[in-house]
Design a protein. Structure first.
Length: 293
């Protein structure tokens, strides 16, 4: 079971601070989405509104065509695991899993036990007594075993060491293939998880600056290197994200479609065109908090 998400003219404020600024997009569902943005870009606020942890100030959010806020029938279909894990510190690990089974209609107790064993979770210990990495693993276990039609992870694995994180990525993909659902991953560890993303959304200062299939988005980032004057002439009219110059040689990163004819012209002019990785593209798109200019 998968649910689509529609966000229409969404605005959220904290006092005089606008966290989300007239945000609109649609997710068809049944995919793994990457949600990227610098600190303070609005990622956590967006996920919190989708999960009905708070109401929007303006605009609307629909999950499977329904508003989730104060709607128990739809919120039980949504699971948001935040960095803190969304677990009760005073409870034992086994109690957290038991409580989750009581409130989640798609809960898989056998899968939860399998994950707890994989992450070597001490079932009889209180969550508050665990290391940060183990606390993160408890949250991951809950989020995965919930098998909610909309499952969201907001930096919820940052406390885990690299082997545990990679084990999570592998398991997420494996279980997603067997049990398709809508998964949104908010992360700063872009290089680690980029291969999981089918689509990527990039927020910058509360605004959506990019939303596309991952492959298509990466193809829109191109580095152009060569003699400075030739690079400048070729990039006129293109969206320039950054440039570097050493002596008479210049490298400029642009964002947008460059067709085969333009690529042939670049090569004929002695320019080198290269790809831009997702993480580098993200850095350029959100540089100085202004988005592409």
């Amino acid at each position: 079971m998968t649910h689509g998400i529609d966000v229409r003219n969404l605005t959220a404020r904290f006092g005089d601070v606008v966290a989300l600024d007239n945000l609109s997009f649609s997710l068809t569902g049944g995919k793994i989405y990457g949600l990227l943005g610098r600190n303070g870009s609005g990622k956590t606020t967006l996920l919190s509104i989708i999960a009905a942890f708070r109401a929007a100030d303006d605009g609307i959010v629909l999950v499977d065509g329904r508003e989730p806020f104060e709607n128990g029938r739809i919120t039980e279909q949504i699971c948001l695991i935040r960095e803190a894990g969304n677990v009760i510190d005073g409870a034992k690990v086994q109690d957290v899993l038991k409580m989750s089974s009581n409130f989640r209609p798609h809960w898989d107790a056998d899968y939860a036990a399998q994950l707890a064993d994989m992450f070597e979770l001490p079932m009889k210990k209180k969550v508050s007594s665990l290391s940060r990495g183990q606390q993160s693993a408890v949250g991951i276990t809950v989020g995965m075993a919930t098998r909610a039609p909309v499952t969201m992870f907001d930096e919820s694995y940052l406390g885990m060491d690299a082997p545990s994180r990679y084990a999570f990525y592998d398991e997420l993909l494996r279980d997603y293939m067997e049990h398709p659902r809508t998964i949104i991953i908010s992360t700063h560890l872009i290089e680690e998880v980029a291969s999981l993303f089918e689509e990527v959304l990039i927020l910058d200062d509360g605004r959506l600056v990019a939303h596309d299939e991952t492959d298509m988005l990466v193809q829109r980032g191109v580095s152009i290197a060569g003699r400075a004057s030739v690079v400048d002439e070729f990039t006129k009219g293109l969206t320039i994200l950054s440039h570097q110059q050493l002596g008479g040689t210049k490298s400029t990163t642009v964002f947008g479609q460059i067709d085969e004819q333009k690529r042939a012209e670049a090569r004929a002019a002695g320019l080198e065109l290269g790809p831009v990785g997702l993480q580098d593209l993200f850095v350029h798109l959100t540089k100085d908090g202004r988005g592409p200019q």
